[in-house]
Design a protein around this ligand. Sequence first.
Ligand SMILES: Nc1nc2c(ncn2[C@@H]2O[C@H](COP(=O)(O)OP(=O)(O)O)[C@@H](O)[C@H]2O)c(=O)[nH]1
Ligand SMILES: [Mg+2]
Length: 274
Amino acid sequence: MAVAFQSGEAERIIVAPTGRLIVPPLTDTSGAPALSLVVPTLNERENIADFLAAVRRNLDSAIPGDYEVIVVDDDSADRTWEIAAGLMSEFPELRVVRRQNEGGLAVAVIRGWQVARGRIVGTINADFQHPPDVLPRLVERTHGADLVVATRHSDGGGLGDWGMMRRASSWGAARIGRWLLPQVYARVSDPLSGCYLVRRDAIQGVELRPLGYKSLMELLVRGRIGEIHECGYEMRRRVRGQSKVHALHPLQYLRHVMRLRAAAGEVRREPRAR
Ligand SMILES: Nc1nc2c(ncn2[C@@H]2O[C@H](COP(=O)(O)OP(=O)(O)O)[C@@H](O)[C@H]2O)c(=O)[nH]1
Ligand SMILES: [Mg+2]
């Protein structure tokens, strides 16, 4: 069923940027919000309206008037982009990107940051698996940090009501990561987290090249990230809609880890600036 747009909403849908994955510096910092939060979506029709309402409640309590939320939808067949766009008149901090020319979760997040206006950028999933009430706690911990990670593996975090299969595959992915990217695991308890906030200037101007689902480990290898804070949370089981994880994702993850391993070696071999 098509959504009835208020005047101007359809025109305000943003076409996704293309080309190299580089987050630009802010040109005009005067009106810049503190935070740009990207919500990547693919067929999240059942979650999107309630999820955005929950994000709004939490950010209004933490940083009223000082944030924007950017939905980056991959032209979902269930028209998630249209539902999100239909909420923009009522929710002035909301922007919607409809991406029709490429795919991939990690790339979607970076495309959102490329249109972001905030001094801090971040991401959270749209399916309530990251509880939106983690957001005020993440914002609170940004003081003095380049990166704040919502973690399942320290600070009271956990895998909540996850089933055995998901726990086993998450454990396997972390084992592989710890083995092949030890320098990343030495810095963060949960580099596979899909919920975190990062200072724009720690990643701006750097070409990012993620594959598949995981964006945080990409930033940890290629970004200029110094101080890191963490914030524990209990991950939830998905209640509505379906996971988009498919059989190719573990292979993509492995390729991404190998690519980062090579990149990390190059970074280490670069001579120090004098
Ligand atoms: N834009 C975009 N979003 C995606 C894509 N794949 C998954 N998502 C979104 O990313 C979040 C996490 O995806 P999900 O399938 O729940 O992954 P899981 O939690 O690992 O099972 C959700 O908000 C999805 O709608 C994609 O290819 N593009
Ligand atoms: Mg999920």
